[in-house]
Design a protein. Structure first.
Lengths: 423, 274
């Protein structure tokens, strides 16, 4: 009797994952687009696997969200699946101790290789799959103003500044919009310049991580700060640049109050929501460098889907991630929120019609060597105070040279915390 | 003399209007706009009134999350306040009336509760050990623990104003200690109890960080957490955010309007004697 009981218990527990309904929890960030993405993906997955259901919980973004993710990982209370940044921020979660490796999922080979390197831990295992599309950092411009003034899309920084000069001489529009009330928006000139840095110094990320190269003593790297300073000194910013918000910046470039707005292409969703009729007035180009021949886009890797190591449903989690990293997953995302950039999964196709500002981004991805990941995806070192420093430079409080030196100091603290060799 | 009083009255009214009423009008107007219009954060009349649509959209968002949040927040607030009033009044009574060597130590703990900031991870660990993490009950205990120090101080100060003769008279009439407390003292504590209820219920109802850390789970959402349905780094729906703020502000406002007189009375009556 007793053996039979044990046997039948064993049988039941062996069959359990297939026979019983399972509920997985998801911790999403609070962006309506991310929530819509999760809702679409989970609905599509549940349609295929009726016994798996999901409950989605949201968390705030920013530093509060970082704290929450770390706290919940540390206390073993993390949801079965959660979204978090790729690249340097992921390293701060100590993925090799806290996250579930997913190298063995079926579609692993379909995931873009440059992306994979940004979701790997110190041990070389992979922990995430891309939840969104790749994004670029560059400059949004107002197309009607360009046509009116007969301007060309600049391929070098000098051409860009010449365009700005033409705009400021011939119109009363602000050549460049800046929005320092949302301090993070001030970093774009520095961060989006990284394609150009990498063209001049290809091994900068490795040397930077090893504490051999610094922003202050690498002229190509310091240039981002100099460009910001140059634009400020020329008086090209909107009059209220210190108080304007991110939404103001988008509005200015959509309506033509300002002609350029350096920003990440994550902004497509906000353009769609706030300025649907003006969408096609806004175009996009990569931040130009000094070399006419080497013009390309600095790419931001999307946030990724991870799972904590102590999840109770590792098999379903892996299967769900496999689904997200498949063309069916991409299609579900496209249907839910539209296209915001190129997918990082092989076999995912974009619909024929995409917004003009997204289409402007595609040529960079189509040609070999015209994209490079931003520094934060090549090196775990990213100083926490860059946005405050760039606000100072962009407001004329600090010059570029001392800003680069200050950023090097800022980075030092973080590198020591991470325990990197050479610091 | 009379004219000067009018002037001061008008001036303070104007200041109150600028400080309290104008932000409220700003929230109200933006709650009635479209997403695109509210993104500019202008103090302007809405071009198109969408008050009702926004209201419906906020209430329906994420599968009626706001209603669940109202329920959870109310349960937490009522539970924590009830616990706090009863235990705070008892501790305050004993501290004030019965002089023992323990008093200093107990008082030290009360002050420590006010002064020492709580640590999140050890608290979660403790809750996990006793099986209260991720439960409304656990959250009630946490809110109670955070507010108890202040409550005990208020009660202790107020009980000092109640003459000891009352206790003695009750004891002579044959009352047992617990009868002295519940039948004689507790009814006299009404003004300060109202103060505690109002001050603490607004704090607990408006609390954001503690539920965020101690009460994870989609079904455990509280009202302040619903605000994050509508804002993020790249796309924020300001109109819905303001509508949500409006809806979340209303319950505490009602509490304040109804109990306004008692709050002031309770505050001042406890403040005379320490």
């Amino acid at each position: 009797m007793k053996t039979r009981l044990i046997l039948s218990t064993a049988l039941v527990s062996g069959l359990a994952p297939a026979a019983f309904a399972q509920e997985l929890t998801i911790l999403s960030d609070s962006s309506p687009d991310t929530v819509a993405t999760f809702e679409a993906l989970t609905a599509a997955y549940t349609a295929q696997n009726p016994d798996v259901s999901f409950s989605i919980e949201t968390r705030p973004g920013g530093s509060e969200g970082d704290n929450l993710v770390k706290t919940r990982l540390a206390t073993g209370e993390m949801a079965d699946l959660f979204i978090y940044n790729s690249g340097s921020l992921l390293q701060a979660l100590r993925p090799d101790r806290t996250l579930l490796p997913i190298d063995d999922i079926e579609n692993y080979g379909q995931i873009n290789e440059a992306y994979l390197s940004t979701v790997q831990g110190a041990d070389g295992a992979t922990y995430g799959v891309p939840l969104e599309t790749a994004q670029g950092g560059g400059i949004y411009y107002h197309k009607p103003s360009y046509e009116e003034l007969g301007l060309e899309i600049p391929m070098t920084w000098d051409q860009f500044m010449a365009n700005n000069a033409a705009i400021s001489d011939q119109t009363d529009k602000a050549p460049i919009a800046q929005s320092y009330r949302d301090t993070w928006t001030s970093q774009l000139f520095v961060l989006a310049d990284f394609y150009n840095v990498l063209q001049a110094v290809p091994d900068f990320p490795e040397k930077f991580t090893a504490n051999e190269a610094k922003f202050a003593n690498t002229p190509a790297a310091a240039k981002g700060f100099e460009r910001l300073q140059e634009a400020f000194e020329a008086g090209y910013f909107n009059a209220d640049f210190g108080a304007a918000t991110y939404d103001d910046g988008l509005r200015m470039v959509a309506t033509g109050e300002a002609v350029h707005y350096p920003m990440l292409t994550f902004a497509v969703g906000a353009f769609q929501q706030n300025h649907p009729d003006l969408m096609e007035d806004v175009g996009f180009f990569a931040q130009p460098g000094d070399d006419l021949e080497a013009n390309g886009l600095t790419v931001w890797m999307p946030a990724s889907l991870y799972s904590p190591r102590d999840t109770e449903h590792p098999e379903i989690v892996r299967d769900f991630m496999n689904f997200v990293a498949s063309p069916a997953g991409c299609d579900a995302i496209t249907e839910a929120i539209g296209v915001t950039g190129p997918y990082l999964i092989e076999g995912c196709e974009l619909p024929a019609e995409v917004p003009g500002m997204v289409a402007d981004m595609m040529p960079y991805f189509d040609e070999e060597g015209r994209t490079a990941p931003a520094l934060e995806f090549l090196s775990p070192v990213k100083g926490p105070s860059l946005e405050q420093i760039t606000v100072e430079v962009g407001s004329g409080i600090r010059d570029a040279a001392s800003a680069a030196a200050l950023y090097d100091q800022d980075v030092e603290k973080l590198a020591r915390q991470l325990g990197l060799p050479g610091w | 003399m009379k004219r000067r009083q009018y002037l001061i009255g008008a001036l303070s009214l104007a200041v109150a209007f600028v400080v309290f009423v104008i932000p409220f009008i700003f929230v109200f107007l933006n709650a009635a706009k479209t997403a695109a219009e509210s993104a500019t954060l202008d103090f302007s009349w809405p071009r198109e009134w969408r008050f009702w649509q926004n209201l419906v959209e906020v209430v329906q968002a994420r599968d009626y999350m706001l209603l669940l949040a109202y329920f959870n927040s109310t349960v937490i607030t009522v539970g924590a306040i009830a616990l706090m009033v009863v235990s705070g009044a008892m501790v305050g009574y004993l501290l004030q009336r019965r002089r023992t060597p323990w008093n200093r130590i107990i008082y030290g703990f009360v002050l420590a509760g006010l002064i020492i900031p709580p640590a999140v991870v050890p608290t979660i660990w403790l809750l996990q050990q006793i099986g209260l993490f991720k439960s409304i009950t656990g959250m009630i205990f946490i809110q109670c623990a955070y507010g108890l120090g202040f409550t005990v101080l208020l009660y202790r100060a107020f009980i000092a104003t109640i003459p000891r003769d009352l206790d003695e008279a009750a004891i002579i009439d044959g009352a047992k200690p617990w009868q002295v407390f519940f039948k004689v003292i507790l009814p006299l504590l009404k003004p300060v109890t109202v103060t505690v209820i109002v001050v603490q219920s607004i704090t607990i109802f408006n609390d954001f960080t503690h539920p965020l850390y101690y009460l994870p789970g989609a079904e455990n959402v509280t009202v302040q957490l619903t605000l994050y349905n509508f804002q993020s780094q790249f796309v924020s729906q300001m109109n819905l955010l303001f509508m949500n703020i409006l809806l979340v502000t209303v319950p505490p406002l009602i509490v304040f309007v109804f109990f306004n007189r008692q709050i002031v009375a309770g505050m001042t009556s406890g403040a005379v004697k320490g």
